[in-house]
Design a protein around this ligand. Structure first.
Ligand code: SAH
Length: 469
């Protein structure tokens, strides 16, 4: 499919256009000249531009009233088999309305956009809603060879007829079609090479040809990798190999930049904001479902406050049928707390725990209660996400809770930008912990009551937590 055109009438639609681009990174924004400075392509005449795009088969996402699009395109509506997808999106992103292009996957596009905008798409195609499967626009690799018979076939299905499936098609098996051995209607899947010789197609039999080369050998893959804290020497050989062979990288810009020296010319980067983890996970799964080999990149370890959990959360919650076959792999990395600990010795040498001080995903009460419990149980603690531009008071509160249970002399380690340019590591007593000591690239290690500081005869000072009591 051609890259979609997001057509806007004014600058006020830019925020919604950008949200759509997160879900569809290849989409291009078309804006009315003089009224939309940030658009990639500008135009002077709305009607002419939309009609040209339509005739060229470009999917059109209009951030405007549905009526404007309908009136503009109406004179061209002659052949529904050739219509590209056309959707109208409300200017505030509150509605996603697929209008045309049912045979070219407009409903899939509507679902993708709506998921990005966190609204429900206004799907109106009865057959698709009832049977949870797009008979008229099958997934990649499949083609309906007798589309003219589909209208009667679907009407019969809606009237209660059952269907027999000959051949294999997971997207049909996982749907809610009334499939039985004794079905009145038939759906037949035939390899592309044999579709010429198939004469069974008719009003009671839909035939899909399947491009086996496309479906079978190239299985979509999603590797969720951790690149370690920063330096290439702390990245595992497995992760390096995966990054070098992936067709696509998905991740927060800063993390992709850290891995950039490993990127091969065949690899496409898909950058995103750091705060939209679930959107990023969904996007990566969708790419992998198109048989791409995708690496989703986290810093440190991908299972520690990072993308692995986000991927499984979306996989469980949204459970798209096309995601079920993706080969998923999680590749560990050295987490910030391990790299930081290694800089000063072994402060996490005995029982320890990690706590994120970010109250964006969980309430502060839970965090405060966890700090209390960890302090009381005498765990050494690693604080992730201690401070950010928006979250400035949490660290002080955490310190106050710790001091209720732990001595003011407890050694703490402030480790910033570990493995990256500008690395700093400071050891000091807990009572001297100040908010200025930390930012969003700092991990803080808090010693237990047993943690000790020692000095080598003429050299370095070390911090460790003994394993013997
Ligand atoms: N998956 C990552 C953690 C991501 S959460 C890991 O396993 O390390 C982001 C937090 O991790 C930051 O706020 C900071 O507390 C810590 N962090 C990540 N990289 C760091 C680094 N290079 N140096 C110090 N702290 C880091």
């Amino acid at each position: 499919m051609k890259p979609p055109a997001i057509v806007i009438l004014g600058e006020s639609s830019i925020p919604v256009a950008r949200q759509i681009q997160v879900a569809l990174p290849e989409a291009v924004v078309y804006g009315l000249a003089d009224r939309s400075q940030s658009a990639t392509v500008t135009y002077d005449n709305f009607g002419e531009t939309v009609r040209e795009l339509f005739q060229a088969g470009t999917p059109i996402i209009g951030i405007c009233a549905a009526g404007i699009l309908i009136r503009t395109i109406a004179p061209l509506l002659t052949n529904k088999w050739q219509e590209p997808p056309v959707l109208a999106i409300a200017e505030d992103g509150s509605a996603v309305v697929p209008l045309l292009g049912g045979l070219q996957g407009v409903n899939d596009l509507a679902r993708q956009i709506a998921a990005g905008l966190q609204v429900a798409p206004a799907i109106t195609t009865t057959g698709e809603i009832r049977f949870r499967t797009p008979l008229l626009s099958p997934p990649f690799g499949y083609r309906l060879i007798n589309p003219d018979d589909a209208k009667t076939f679907i009407a019969d299905l809606l009237a209660g007829a059952t269907v027999k499936l000959i051949g294999e098609a997971p997207w049909l098996e996982n749907s809610q079609l009334p499939i039985t051995e004794a079905g009145k209607l038939t759906i037949q899947i035939v390899p592309k090479s044999q579709s010429e010789r198939t004469s069974t197609s008719g009003k009671e039999c839909l035939v899909y040809e399947v491009d086996i080369d496309w479906i079978e050998p190239t299985q979509g893959k999603l590797a969720i990798v951790g690149t370690g804290p920063g330096s290439a020497v702390w990245m595992s050989p497995e992760v390096k190999e995966i990054l070098e062979s992936a067709t696509d990288w998905v991740g927060y810009k800063t993390y992709l930049d850290l891995a950039e020296p490993l990127r091969k010319p065949h690899t496409t980067r898909h950058e995103s904001d750091n705060r939209v983890e679930l959107d990023r996970a969904r996007f990566a799964l969708d790419l992998a479902a198109k048989n791409r080999t995708v690496a989703i990149v986290s810093s440190g370890d991908p299972g520690i406050y990072a993308m692995a959990a986000a991927v499984f959360e979306v996989l469980e919650r949204e459970a798209k049928p096309e995601w079920q076959k993706i080969e998923i792999q999680v590749c560990p990395g050295i987490s910030a707390m391990q790299a930081a600990a290694a800089q000063v010795g072994a402060p996490l040498g005995h029982d320890f725990c990690a706590i994120s001080l970010s109250d964006i995903l969980k309430p502060w009460d839970v965090i405060a209660q966890r700090i209390t419990a960890a302090a009381q149980a005498d765990f050494a603690i690693a604080f992730y996400n201690p401070v950010s531009k928006q979250r400035t008071w949490q660290l002080e509160k955490a310190k106050a809770i710790l001091l209720e249970w732990r001595s003011p002399e407890t050694p703490i380690v402030l480790a910033c930008n570990i493995g990256r340019p500008g690395q700093t590591v400071t050891v000091k007593p807990l009572e001297q912990l100040a908010i200025e000591d930390a930012d969003m690239r700092t991990v803080i290690l808090i010693g237990s009551s047993k943690t000790r500081m020692i000095q080598q005869r003429q050299g370095k000072q070390w911090v460790y937590t003994p394993r013997h009591y």
